[in-house]
Structures are given as structure tokens and as C-alpha cells.
Design a protein around this ligand. Structure first.
Ligand code: ATP
Ligand code: MG
Length: 282
């Protein structure tokens, strides 16, 4: 639908770093000179807060866009921190959207239809990050019908892979019925605590299971990352030299440099590296 890379950040497990990853990857890419849009699809509005977007109830937001009450152009805001960083915010009004959308036509494609009208290319966006709520409902489906790529943040903690199987199943289902281009192009290990054996174990397990689609850069647990939202900022803007910010900057550059991981015809939803692709092809 556009030359931008559209990336859904999803994991129905709560508190794994979806929002933190969406806004910081976006902020890091914007700081590197790319034009980036964050679409907040979580009624909690945390991504909107982090990029400094107004999101009081009634503000033109993803809710109005999904319901067809305003255009993406009406809802877009520029971040006060960076003129390359834009946001379509979420307000608390979005909390009712999943139910309100059930009776609408093309309910799975409301976001797709809103973005498909040349909006992304007119603005010259190179990256679009869509922050999802911790569920696999219609909001997440709307993100996945308009993205090719999914990045799954995985917290290096107990039960890290809980629910990931279900998420993979949903991605396969969406590939089959709604968006054949959808695939996982990245798995990002978050809140890594180098002092614990457990974090190391989880990271190894994830790498064993998913291979090269896991980004080499890992996000450490860092107090600066958790403080930043309190100042209405990403950690990239709040404290760019902190370990958390530097990790997100490195992960963003890795994501940019390696590009998309195309899905392999036989491995389905999981993106694979060009090397593995070649191996599979024999
Ligand atoms: P939800 O499912 O509620 O949308 P989420 O998956 O978007 O949650 P975040 O909101 O990004 O998760 O992170 C959960 C909490 O962990 C937040 O308070 C955030 O500030 C904190 N956090 C995220 N990443 C880190 C990190 N690397 N170091 C320390 N704290 C972090
Ligand atoms: Mg979130």
C-alpha cells in the first residue's frame, strides 16, 4: 500500500515492552533522519504519552480514524521532540471501539482503508510502528491487516513464551484469510537483566526456538527506561546516553540495516534470514 515499512508490535501478554519498544525504535529511527509514524491502537494511550501527543478524550485519534469519523490526516500530530516523529494518538474512547466496530463493514480493514488512500506516501513516511493492546482482538487484527511485518517483544522473564504459540496461530490465520503478506520480521528481547541466570536462559531458549529472526541487540532492564514515560518522553529523548536508549538505538539501526525478513514459503509466518532461506532451499 505504500513504500513505508509497516510494523505491528504485538504480544497479547501484558507489560512485555510493546509500547516502550514501539516508541523507542520509532524515536531512534527518526533521530537517524527517517520519517516515522507511530499509530497508537491501545486505549491506554501510553505510546501517545511517550511521544508527547495530546490524547485527551475527544481529540481526533485512532478511534475516530477506525470509525471513519475523521481521516488519518486529521488525527496526525508531530512530536514536540523531533520533527521527523509523528503520531496518531489513542484516547480512552478507543476502549469501546472493538465492540462498536463489530457491526461495521470491513471491520478488519478499517485501519488499512484509512491508510490506503496515499496518506503514507504523501507524507513520505519510511516507517510506521503500530502499538497494539495486550489482546488479539479487532484492534490487533486491524494492525495486522495493514502491516507486512510483526515484531514480537519478549520479556526475559518467567513465562516469557506463554501465549506466543497462540500469537503465532493468529498470525497464521490472518495470513490465510486476511493478509497473505503478514509475517514475523523480528523478535526483540526486552528487560534483559544480565545479573540473573534466568534472563540468559530465556534469551537462549528464544534464540534456539526462533533463530536469526531474533534481533542481535537485546534491551537491558534499565531504570531510565521506566522513568522516561513519567516525563512524557521516550528514553531516546529523555536520556540518550543511557544503556536503555543506546540499546534501542542499536536495535533500530539493526532493523534498518538488515531490512525485512521475508517469510519462507514452507516455514509460514516466521521470517527467516537470507542465509537460513538459502539453507532451507538447499
Ligand atoms: P501493555 O501490555 O500494558 O501494553 P507493554 O507490553 O506495552 O504493556 P510497556 O508498557 O512497554 O509494556 O512496559 C511495561 C512496563 O515496563 C512499563 O512500566 C515500562 O516503563 C517498563 N519497561 C519496559 N521496558 C523496560 C526496560 N528495558 N527497563 C525497565 N523498565 C522497562
Ligand atoms: Mg503497551
Amino acid at each position: 500500500m505504500s513504500s513505508a515499512r509497516l510494523i505491528t508490535i504485538a504480544n497479547q501478554k501484558g507489560g512485555v515492552g510493546k509500547t516502550t519498544s514501539a516508541v523507542n525504535l520509532a524515536a531512534a529511527l527518526a533521530a537517524d533522519g527517517h520519517k516515522v509514524l507511530v499509530i497508537d491502537l491501545d486505549p491506554q494511550g501510553n505510546a501517545s504519552t511517550a511521544v508527547g501527543a495530546a490524547h485527551a478524550s475527544g481529540t481526533d485519534s485512532s478511534y475516530e480514524v477506525l470509525l471513519g469519523d475523521c481521516t488519518a490526516n486529521d488525527a496526525i500530530q508531530v512530536s514536540p521532540e523531533d520533527s521527523n516523529l509523528f503520531c496518531i494518538p489513542a484516547t480512552i474512547d478507543l476502549a469501546g471501539a472493538e465492540i462498536e466496530m463489530v457491526s461495521l463493514v470491513r471491520r478488519e480493514f478499517r485501519l488499512y482503508d484509512a491508510l490506503a488512500k496515499g496518506f503514507l506516501d504523501e507524507h513520505g513516511f519510511e516507517y510506521v510502528f503500530i502499538d497494539c493492546p495486550p489482546s488479539l482482538g479487532l484492534l490487533t487484527i486491524n494492525a495486522m491487516t495493514c502491516s507486512d511485518e510483526v515484531i514480537i517483544p519478549i520479556q526475559c522473564e518467567y513465562y516469557a513464551l506463554e501465549g506466543v504459540g497462540q500469537l503465532l496461530g493468529n498470525i497464521s490465520m490472518i495470513r490465510e484469510h486476511l493478509n497473505p503478506e503478514l509475517h514475523i520480521s523480528g523478535i526483540l528481547l526486552t528487560m534483559f537483566d544480565a545479573r540473573t541466570k534466568l534472563a540468559e536462559q530465556v534469551a537462549n531458549e528464544v534464540r534456539e526456538q526462533f533463530g536469526a529472526v531474533v534481533l542481535g541487540n537485546v534491551i537491558p532492564r534499565s531504570v531510565r527506561v521506566s522513568e522516561a514515560p513519567g516525563f512524557g518522553k521516550t528514553v531516546v529523548h529523555y536520556d540518550p546516553s543511557s544503556t536503555g536508549a543506546m540499546a534501542y538505538i542499536a536495535a533500530a539501526r539493526e532493523l534498518h540495516k538488515r531490512g525485512d525478513y521475508p517469510p519462507h514459503p514452507t516455514t509460514g509466518a516466521i521470517g527467516v534470514s537470507p542465509e537460513i532461506y538459502a539453507e532451507l532451499e538447499g
